[in-house]
Design a protein around this ligand. Structure first.
Ligand SMILES: [Zn+2]
Length: 252
């Protein structure tokens, strides 16, 4: 069985040429879970797989991560085979923000008669969630207000941080088994995002060797990070992952 993380986009919010940061966990070449849904994510997903996602995890509600959800609503609602079937996992603390930012706008359809969430199968989570017999851990990250951003991890395989400042206390636990750590990282840090000097200061060498950097500011910034000795994810790239460990006894 093969496992890959397929990056649909790897850009910071302003780095349009790199696409909105989003990735798909693939098992044996088939999409299992889409992580985030920015303005261009659905187009990239459809180009890769020919059909909309069946499972989606949202890290946080900045528009470069949820700005494609209205289009996804339309794509799912108008296909009776898909309507209400795509599982949407989001930390329970994100629900008020998701409601305000994407679900509450009046007249989701001009003709009325439907509520936004009817197109999806919404599954609020907190510690993590089950999908297809696998347990995914959800981890709080540091991106603006506490309780508004959450990464996702599959033990033994990968951690996807979403937007974050360094989170050594979380990764000490969630990246302790050789996981690939897909990490927000620009050339320079700021109050919302990690920069490479932040990661070099806060992460031990062993963890830095697991990093796969994304959410950088430009192609040139990505090249500069690579020149510094780090692995960089590019838009459209599929990165092989180690297989997940057996689900631990206390999962769920
Ligand atoms: Zn963000």
């Amino acid at each position: 069985m093969s496992w890959h993380l397929h990056f649909l986009g790897t850009g910071a919010a302003h780095a349009v040429e790199l696409g909105s940061s989003a990735a798909v966990l693939e098992r044996d070449g088939e999409p299992l879970l889409l992580i985030d849904c920015g303005p261009d994510t659905l187009d990239r997903y459809l180009a890769a797989y020919g059909a909309p996602p069946r499972a989606l995890y949202i890290t946080h509600t900045h528009l470069d991560h949820v700005g494609g959800m209205e289009r996804l609503f339309g794509r799912l609602w108008f296909d009776e085979a898909l309507r209400g079937r795509t599982r949407l996992f989001a930390h329970a603390e994100l629900l008020p923000w998701l409601q305000r930012r994407v679900a509450d706008y009046p007249g989701v359809l001009a003709e009325g008669g439907v509520n936004f969430w009817e197109a999806f199968r919404l599954l609020p989570c907190s510690r993590g969630f089950w999908l297809d017999g696998l347990w995914f851990d959800v981890l709080p990250t540091r991106h603006h207000r506490p309780g508004t951003s959450f990464g996702v991890a599959l033990e033994g395989s990968f951690v996807f941080t979403g937007d974050t400042r360094p989170i050594p206390e979380m990764l000490a636990e969630r990246a302790a088994h050789g996981e690939v750590v897909a990490h927000d990282c620009g050339l320079h840090g700021n109050p919302s995002h990690a920069g490479i000097e932040d990661l070099e200061r806060e992460y031990p060498a062993e963890l830095r060797a697991q990093l796969l950097l994304y959410h950088y500011g430009s192609v040139a910034d990505g090249a500069a990070l690579a020149a510094r000795g780090y692995r960089i994810a590019g838009p459209g790239q599929r990165v092989a992952l180690p297989p997940p460990r057996p689900v631990r006894a206390d999962a769920g």
